[in-house]
Design a protein around this ligand. Structure first.
Ligand code: PLP
Length: 359
């Protein structure tokens, strides 16, 4: 058989290790996963009630237009219903963007390191991927701008950036948007927007009014705690939404996901509580890292990128033996902020793993 040439060497996405696998492999009774930026506090209790109430509807196809959720979210965000698109996670919207805007002969620009899904999808579509290294963990928007040419179709700005946790400010973003040619689509991935506390963060919904080549991506997977149900969304001018709808599968967002997202959206108190707990957790983790002497970037998200001066794969393996699943990058590890107890356990494990090298 002869598959598409450009997919043959694509890396298979490695998800954070499942807790049960680690328990079995290592014979541990208690394992915590701080690898995928999931919400340690679960989701709103209203979601559970909603899901139970929907169990008789499983034989029925979901609403392909997500009408109820669309209406609620449009009011919540104060945008038009036609300015929204829903996906099987915002991952799917990344895929739709690549399908709709990228092809051989075009190029696309992104930071490095950033969310890997952009590169994978761009490669599948045969576009050239141009990666511009981050500076101190931040997007180098001027460097990215310098790479734009007539073949550029999409520029990805992950804000806050995964895995570094840093932000592009409103001032920086506006300066950038003012210089990006109109034929280039700018994707602003705001998967962690609900965690941001810095006032300099862009009021991106307002920017949509001025910049017609902008799409914002958000998700119910992170602070809303619904990663298992796969609901993400995009907000953009109708012209962009129309193109994405042309390449979208008819029933891409499942029924339980739609209902759960609706219930989760209505419980903003839960979101506020998670944000506050996360801010405390960040301080706890900063203090712990300071104590161990590991440098890190201050984060506007629910994870911290810590620059360990060790082989990160080794650190990952040793943390695993201590019952803590983290994420290894070539130069750093990324740890999700957990509950207070989880953070304590993670910091104790990290200290045990890194201390021998420090002495
Ligand atoms: C987690 C994440 C997403 C995707 O989340 P979905 O579960 O697919 O909605 C998108 N972008 C970034 C930067 C993320 O970290």
């Amino acid at each position: 058989m002869i598959p598409k040439t450009r997919i043959v060497n694509l890396p298979v996405y490695e998800p954070g290790k499942p807790i049960e696998d680690v328990k079995r492999e290592l014979g541990l009774t208690e394992v915590i996963k701080l690898a995928s930026n999931e919400n340690p506090f679960g989701c709103s209790p209203r979601v559970k009630e909603t899901i139970v109430s929907q169990l008789d509807n499983l034989p029925i196809y979901p609403d392909g237009a997500c009408l109820e959720l669309r209406s609620a979210l449009a009011s919540f965000l104060n945008v038009k219903e036609e300015e929204l698109i829903f996906g099987n996670g915002s991952d799917e919207i990344v895929m739709l963007l690549a399908r709709a805007y990228l092809e051989p002969g075009t190029n696309t620009i992104m930071a490095a390191p950033t969310f890997v899904v952009y590169k994978t999808n761009a490669t599948i579509e045969g576009a050239e991927v141009i990666e511009v290294p981050c500076v101190e963990g931040k997007h180098d928007l001027n460097g990215m701008l310098a790479k734009v040419n007539e073949n550029t179709r999409v520029v990805w700005v992950c804000n806050p950036n995964n895995p570094t946790g840093t932000i592009v400010t409103e001032e920086e973003l506006i300066r950038f948007l003012d210089q990006v040619p109109e034929h280039v689509l700018v994707v602003l991935d705001e998967a962690y927007v609900e965690y941001v506390k810095d006032d300099a963060f862009p009021r991106s919904l307002e920017l949509l009014r001025k910049y017609k080549n902008l799409i914002i991506l958000r998700t119910f997977s992170k602070i809303y705690g619904l990663a298992a149900l796969r609901v993400g969304y995009g907000i953009a001018a109708e012209e962009i939404i129309d193109k994405l709808n042309r390449v979208r599968e008819p029933f891409n967002v499942n029924h339980l996901g739609q209902k759960a997202a609706l219930a989760a959206l209505a419980d903003q108190e839960f979101v506020a509580r998670c944000k506050a707990a996360n801010m405390e957790g960040l301080e706890q983790v900063y203090a712990g890292l300071d104590e161990i002497g590991v440098p890190y970037y201050r984060s506007e998200t629910n994870f911290v990128y810590a620059i360990v001066e060790r082989d990160t794969k080794e650190v990952f393996q040793e943390m695993l033996k201590q019952g803590v699943i983290i994420r290894a990058f070539p130069q750093a590890i990324r740890v999700t902020i957990g509950s207070k107890e989880q953070n304590e356990k993670m910091l104790a494990a990290l200290k045990a793993v890194l201390a021998p090298a420090k002495q």
